[in-house]
Design a protein around this ligand. Structure first.
Ligand code: NDP
Length: 435
């Protein structure tokens, strides 16, 4: 905390991991002696730069850009770019730290990184977003490369932004190479990448439910967010026979007691992705639904809760409400959506609690497969990739169970994910000596 003043999110993420790793390394002095945890918690480097762009009215705007390269022990730095007014160094450091463990869990050769800007894309024209992306890449391109650091999308960075960023990288370097993932299919993007995080969350949940001899059919689910992760998690839940009751955005949440069906979800996709509209518009279109301004959906009675919007969106009050309604499973689609207090309550309660670094790893896993396809100059079909994603999520689940089961046979998926993610990176770092 002293070393990272004011970086609350980063300290929270490190403490979450440390509470499981410190007891673990007590039995593994080789990690302790080499100060591996301390080394992973100090990013390899942080690049910070000015991003200057011109808006449609000819005003000069100045933003800040960052790339946090946390750890490349097991592969090139890999992790998304976030454009949001809430971005700062603490948020990106926490995300890059988490990403290191997540990428390790996938078993693919990817290190951890994250980047972005405090630029707020909301309300900006396409041309403004394009000019910003070009300016951002005009500095970032010096620090990335297919064997060095491969960024992707995150909040506020989707296919449109990746297109502008990739176009500028190509122009500056004269090279077409797999330097970004999340590209459109016309120029090297992988099939299933858009869906992968949300689908992966549900595949992970399915595996956890199997541990309790349960399935998704007939279960009710509450989801927060209405972005890439939330909408694809909703889509997969529905196709597995669950009833999705809520979606949200930064204005509040909608509750549809009849359930959001395929047709309603298609309408939301157009609203949020194409029209960049607000979730509150849902109630103008569909009878029986209610909009709750400024609120999160955790009071709604459900079997399953998937927080899929942003960090610290599910606090202790939300956790109490969910547990009070006998929620069976909480699975994190967003990164660190549960506060430390909420997470502690879930872990103590004995419900199925799937931590982000395991449950939402499907997106980066398919990004890893996009890197392989780009290197090999091939394009795998949807079914092949879906089978690979299913297998990867099963494998991550099994690693969590293996490292997270106590002597009484109880599984703590958080501990399992922390230990299994740590181990691979730590062993690689030990092999490199003190560098
Ligand atoms: P999107 O930008 O597509 O969607 C983000 C959603 O979260 C929007 O509905 C947004 O609402 C809402 N949101 C953002 N900030 C807040 C806030 N402060 N309070 C309430 N709601 C908010 O992002 P993604 O779906 O890609 O990402 C969501 C989460 O999942 C993030 O934590 C991200 O790091 C994580 N993640 C994403 C992956 C991916 O593949 N995309 C991979 C792994 C993790 P609004 O429209 O009002 O901004």
């Amino acid at each position: 905390r002293k070393r990272n003043p004011g970086q609350d999110e980063f300290v929270q993420a490190v403490e979450d991991v440390a509470q499981d790793i410190i007891p673990f390394i007590a039995d593994h002095p080789e990690y302790h002696e080499a100060e591996i945890l301390r080394r992973i918690a100090e990013p390899d480097r942080i690049v910070s730069f000015r991003v200057c762009w011109e808006d449609d009215d000819g005003n000069v705007r100045v933003e800040r850009g960052w790339r946090v390269q946390n750890n490349n022990a097991v592969g090139p730095y890999k992790g998304g770019l976030r454009f949001s007014e809430n971005v700062n160094e603490s948020v990106l450091k926490f995300l890059a730290f988490e990403q290191t463990f997540k990428n390790s869990l996938t078993g693919l050769p990817m290190g951890g990184g994250k980047g972005g800007s405090n630029f707020n894309p909301k309300g900006k024209s396409d041309r403004e977003v394009m000019r910003f992306c070009q300016s951002f890449m005009s500095e970032l391109f010096r620090h990335i490369g297919p064997d060095r650091d491969v960024p992707a999308g995150d909040i506020g960075v989707g296919t449109r932004e990746i297109g502008y960023l990739f176009g500028q990288y190509k122009k500056l370097t004269g090279r077409w190479e797999g330097v970004l993932t999340g590209k459109a299919s016309e120029y090297g993007g992988s099939k299933l990448r858009t869906e992968a995080t949300g689908y992966g969350v549900v595949y992970f949940l399915r595996e956890m439910l199997k541990d309790r001899e349960e399935g998704l059919e007939g279960k009710s689910a509450v989801i927060s967010g209405s972005g890439n992760v939330a909408l694809h998690a909703a889509e997969k839940l529905m196709s597995e026979g669950a009833k999705v009751l809520t979606l949200s955005d930064s204005d509040g949440f909608i509750h549809d007691p009849d359930g959001i069906d395929e047709e309603k979800l298609d309408w939301v996709k157009t609203l949020k992705i194409e029209k960049r509209g607000r979730i509150s518009n849902y109630t103008d279109k569909f009878d029986g639904a209610e909009f709750h301004e400024g609120k999160a959906p955790w009071d709604v009675d459900c079997d399953i809760a998937l927080p899929c919007a942003t960090q610290n969106e599910l606090d202790e009050g939300g956790a109490k409400a969910l547990l009070g309604n006998d929620v069976m499973a909480v699975v994190e689609g967003a990164n660190m959506p549960s506060t430390a207090e909420a997470s502690a309550r879930f872990r103590k309660s004995g419900i199925l609690f799937g931590p982000a670094k395991a449950a939402n790893a499907g997106g980066v896993a398919v990004s890893g497969l996009e890197m392989s396809q780009n290197s090999e100059r091939v394009s795998w079909d949807h079914e092949t990739l879906d089978n690979m994603l299913t297998g990867l999520m099963q494998d991550i689940h099994d690693k969590c169970v293996e490292s997270g089961t106590d002597d009484d046979g109880n599984v703590d998926y958080v501990r399992g994910a922390n230990i299994a993610g740590f181990r691979k990176v730590a062993d690689a770092m030990l092999a490199f000596g003190v560098v």
